[in-house]
Design a protein around this ligand. Structure first.
Ligand SMILES: Nc1nc2c(ncn2[C@@H]2O[C@H](COP(=O)(O)OP(=O)(O)OP(=O)(O)O)[C@@H](O)[C@H]2O)c(=O)[nH]1
Ligand SMILES: [Mg+2]
Length: 338
């Protein structure tokens, strides 16, 4: 592909050129200066939409609907994602999928597996599937994922599905990029207890017990419901009570229920103002992740090594060292993002 200007790339993304889209997502993934010139040209779209939306007030004003699926390895996230693609395609939606692997710096075998499971849709021009791994970009995947969402939104996808592997803090961060977060667990208590420990239950808007063709499904559903009831009691203000849905993703059983709950959640999000709140929080986290990333980069270096050695020797107190470090960076003037 010849070297395209930022404007050409942005125009390409908006007109649905898949190679331009892939190229811009690579820029997002790799970080660096390229993405900085393209994003503002895409953002114009969203600004125009929000200006038009204040008049039209239609559903489309909210832009892409972002749905996150998280859960332990092998729980069936990709299979469920494949089934959701089919369900949303039936409604005529254009669907994008981001498979995000927070644990590996490079795309690993699991993502290849995802492609296989989603390959029914690989030739559909209205479906775009992309895996993303951490490549040391500023702010990490926590910053890159919302950026990728912006790009896919500008490309006109109505639904963006984000799959993240695992149940831990990184997944919580990435999942919180979504408007609706779906936690996928399998029958048996291991998954749900782990999720509860990692604080994932709190961020789940919908719980899916997948592999409901296995024993212990109903026990798991009951246990999850009581865990939710307990945490709902501790936060009495919670207006949304996460439903528990059972699915057999491989056969599509229960996927209709999942879509219905997703729609119900979306209605609640838009009607309650929670959607705007979540998106504002998301943008705040995105900005902070970028700013912290840039500051971290500036702080690392020989001065830090020097100060660290002095702290290790007991010649300098850690607070003094930190003050010195911050003073040195601030003296350099504004910390601009590359
Ligand atoms: N019995 C049964 N097997 C299922 C079901 N859903 C998925 N599987 C199988 O479980 C395995 C893992 O499914 P995936 O969809 O790849 O799971 P995943 O959560 O995306 O896995 P990772 O991305 O590797 O974390 C595959 O062999 C699926 O065919 C189900 O409802 N019932
Ligand atoms: Mg998967």
């Amino acid at each position: 592909m010849p070297e395209l200007s930022a404007q050409e790339l942005a125009d390409g993304v908006r007109s649905g050129d898949r190679r331009c889209l892939a190229r811009v997502l690579s820029l997002v993934e790799n970080g660096g200066a390229g993405v900085r010139s393209v994003l503002p040209k895409l953002a114009t779209d969203a600004r125009q939409r929000s200006a038009a939306g204040s008049v039209a007030g239609s559903v489309a004003d909210h832009g892409a609907r972002v749905i996150g699926l998280t859960g332990s390895p092998g729980a069936g996230k990709s299979t469920a994602t494949g089934a959701l693609i089919a369900a949303f395609r039936q409604r005529g939606e254009r669907v994008a999928v981001l498979a995000v692997d927070p644990s590996s710096p490079f795309s690993g075998g699991a993502l290849l597996g995802d492609r296989v499971r989603m390959q029914d849709h690989a030739t559909d021009p209205c479906v775009f599937i992309r895996s993303m791994a951490s490549r040391g970009q500023l702010g990490g995947l926590a910053a890159a994922t919302p950026m990728a969402v912006r790009v896919l939104d500008a490309a006109g996808f109505g639904v963006i599905l984000i799959e993240t592997v695992g149940v831990g803090q990184a997944e919580v961060e990435i999942a919180s990029t979504a408007d609706s977060t779906v936690l996928v667990v399998v029958p048996g208590m291991g998954d749900s207890i782990q999720a509860a420990k990692a604080g994932v239950l709190e961020i789940a808007d919908i719980l899916v017990v997948n592999k409901a063709d296995r024993p212990e499904t109903q026990v798991t559903v009951r246990d999850l419901r009581s865990m939710i009831a307990l945490s709902a009691a501790s936060s009495a203000a919670a207006a949304w009570k996460p439903p528990v849905v059972t699915t057999v993703a491989t056969s599509g059983e229960g996927i209709g229920d999942l879509v219905r709950e997703l729609d119900r959640h979306w209605s609640w999000l838009t009607a309650s103002g929670e959607l705007d709140r979540r998106r504002a929080t998301r943008a705040r986290d995105e900005v902070l992740a970028l700013a912290f990333g840039a500051i971290r980069e500036r702080l690392a270096g020989s001065l830090l090594d020097d100060l660290a050695a002095q702290v290790a020797d007991g010649r300098l107190a850690p607070h003094e060292a930190a003050d010195n470090l911050l003073a040195a960076v601030l003296a350099q003037g504004a910390v601009l993002l590359a």
